[in-house]
Ligand binder design. Structure first.
Ligand code: PEP
Ligand code: MG
Length: 581
């Protein structure tokens, strides 16, 4: 059993198909000065063909993975238009008379090596994109291609050194049971695409496997645990087959409650909303019975592109989403880039502690142009639905007021321009910085709602980097300090009478239900995949048991005690009650 790291969840069992690793071997071919113009034309023709091929793939794959995710291929188009990349190729041809394919290959190698050397996962993944696009261009220059390998007629588990979006687009996704890759990170484009397709994926296996996987080997992927098992014993195959089938049957059963009201046994409503970052997820959210969107992570609109999204473009995306949700609320979080979410076209300074650095609202207050454009698009979209605006990373009243000043400015400009907009859009803040919890009573006076972001709150309170594998065991959502802070934030909101929701990963943990009920938090927002299992828990829960739990939990001195209290009596009682009732 080998453990890698987070790809895409689910269990896959099957025969491996190992994608042959492939490199172009080119001799250092030169061209005659007199033939340079023809060589350039060959390069331009190759670029044109590559672009139209990428456009075609983008179209074809958008049905499969959604329009937003298929925008990954925009990044590939952008590379073919990147002046630095193209100048390098042209320079090698013009000054050193290298053949087009040799210049392309040398340029790919140079950029890939350069990006690979950086201690930055995001840039390493961009190196994979350059390799992918470069190989496509080489195919057009040389007339060969490795990506059309058809593995077998039967479904298989794909094993690759590193999966590129183009390779994935070339494969018949219906045949791919799961994917194992030696390299790659959780924010790689391939990982994003596989998650959208619901294909289990384990990655980061380089150097960890006892021996190389061969085509035809039986393998198991447990995407939830990021585990790979090669040549498992029959008993293990049987055990995982049971788990896989049970999970599939449970998923099927859960579909039945998608449109059942989310109400506890004692008749209290718990609003379950979705965290989304693309239009594709919105449809899934609606199909899974979401009572709205509690967190729309808008930063994904800004990623994988070379220019800022204009007001009009943003307005269209926000409006379409608001219209799709009809009367249900949709909470748009303003740009939360920086930290673990870099944006290519904004160059940020290198930081020793990016999580404590230039990110979230700090960037928006600094880049007022960028922030105002987004706010204008949101105010205009608010005419079409129940739109709410959420500021990330707020740590002081000053930041909140400055953000609101820009919001007022945005309204004034819209008025001047004659665009219809909604002036009284509810404005809330993420409670994710410890300081915001400490002054939650003050903040509650000046906002219309709170949304508690436990992902960041836990990292900041416990001083545990949420991206750092080495300290991941210390990242403890049930630490007594977290419980106390959650209570403090919820109490402040209740005292002022403003809604409070939770939108961090904790909200998607069905086991946490007594905690929310005990804190009287009745709005939760979570990833689409968690909606139904959390609703299943709501239907079996009782608010009285939540109150009982919180009384006990506040006396607990360790997280183990809190976890025990969570899984102990109240829920069991409610389940029995449910069965009897
Ligand atoms: C959070 O911090 O809890 C949150 C929901 O935001 P993100 O995960 O996007 O930082
Ligand atoms: Mg956050």
């Amino acid at each position: 059993m080998v453990k890698g790291f987070g790809g895409s969840s689910g269990i896959a069992i099957g025969k491996a198909f190992v994608m042959p690793s492939w490199e172009w071997e080119l001799t250092d071919k030169m061209v005659d000065v007199a033939d340079l113009a023809i060589e350039f034309e060959k390069l331009y023709e190759g670029i044109r063909s590559s672009k139209s091929e990428i456009e075609g793939i983008k179209q074809d794959i958008s049905d499969l993975i959604g329009e937003e995710e298929s925008n990954i291929f925009n990044a590939h188009l952008a590379i073919l238009e990147d002046p630095i990349f193209m100048n390098e190729i042209q320079g090698l041809m013009q000054r050193q008379f290298k053949a087009a394919e040799v210049a392309v290959k040398e340029t790919i190698d140079k950029f890939v090596n350069m990006f690979d050397l950086l201690d930055d996962d995001y840039m390493k993944e961009r190196a994979a994109d350059i390799k992918d696009v470069g190989n496509r261009l080489l195919k057009h220059l040389l007339g060969e291609w490795q990506g059309t390998v058809t593995p077998t007629d039967n479904p298989y588990i794909l094993v690759v050194k590193e999966l590129s979006p183009s390779q994935l687009a070339n494969l018949d996704a219906g045949q791919v049971l799961g994917v194992i890759s030696m390299l790659g990170g959780p924010t790689s484009h391939a990982a994003i695409m596989l998650r959208a397709m619901g294909i289990p994926f384990a990655m980061g296996m380089e150097g960890k496997l006892p021996h190389a996987i061969q085509t035809g080997d039986t393998v198991i992927i447990d995407g939830d645990e990021s585990v790979v098992i090669i040549d498992p014993e029959p008993e293990l195959v049987a055990a995982y087959t049971v788990r896989r089938d049970r999970a599939a049957a449970h998923r099927e059963r859960l579909k039945e409650i998608a449109h059942v009201p989310s109400v506890t046994l004692d008749g209290k409503r718990v609003e379950l909303r979705a965290n989304i970052s693309s239009a594709k997820e919105l449809e899934l959210a609606i199909a899974n019975g979401a009572a709205g969107v509690g967190l729309f992570r808008t930063e994904f609109l800004y990623m994988d592109r070379t220019t800022l999204p204009k007001e009009e473009e943003q307005f269209e995306v926000y409006r379409e989403a608001a219209v799709k949700l009809g009367k249900k609320p949709i909470v748009f979080r303003t740009l939360d880039i920086g930290g673990d979410k870099p944006v290519g076209f904004l160059s940020f300074p290198q930081e020793d502690n990016p999580a404590l650095g230039y990110r979230g609202i700090r960037i928006s207050l600094d880049r007022r142009d960028l922030f105002k454009t987004q706010l204008k698009a949101l105010l205009r979209a608010a005419v079409y639905g129940d739109v709410r605006i959420l500021y990330p990373m707020i740590s002081s009243i000053g930041e909140l007021r400055r953000a609101n000043e820009i919001l007022e400015l945005a309204k004034k400009e819209l008025q001047k321009e004659g665009h219809p907009f909604k002036a009284d859009v509810p404005v809330g803040i993420m409670i994710e910085v410890p300081a915001a919890v400490v002054i939650a009573d003050l903040l509650a006076e000046e906002v219309q709602f709170f949304s508690i972001g436990t992902n960041d709150l836990i990292q900041y309170v416990l001083a545990v980097d949420r991206m750092n594998e080495t300290v991941s065991a210390l990242y403890d959502p049930y630490h007594p300090a977290i419980l106390r802070l959650l209570k403090q934030a919820a109490d402040a909101a209740h005292r002022k009478g403003i809604p409070v929701s939770v939108c961090g990963e904790m909200a998607g943990d069905p086991d946490a239900m007594p905690l929310w009920l005990g804190l009287d938090i009745r709005e939760l927002s979570m990833s689409v995949q968690s909606l139904l299992s959390v609703k299943e828990k709501v239907l079996k829960s009782d608010t009285a048991h939540g109150a009982e739990f919180i009384r006990e939990a506040l006396k607990c001195v360790t997280s183990e005690e809190i976890r025990q209290a969570l899984t102990a009596a109240p829920v069991e009682k409610s389940c029995i009650h449910h069965k009897e009732g």
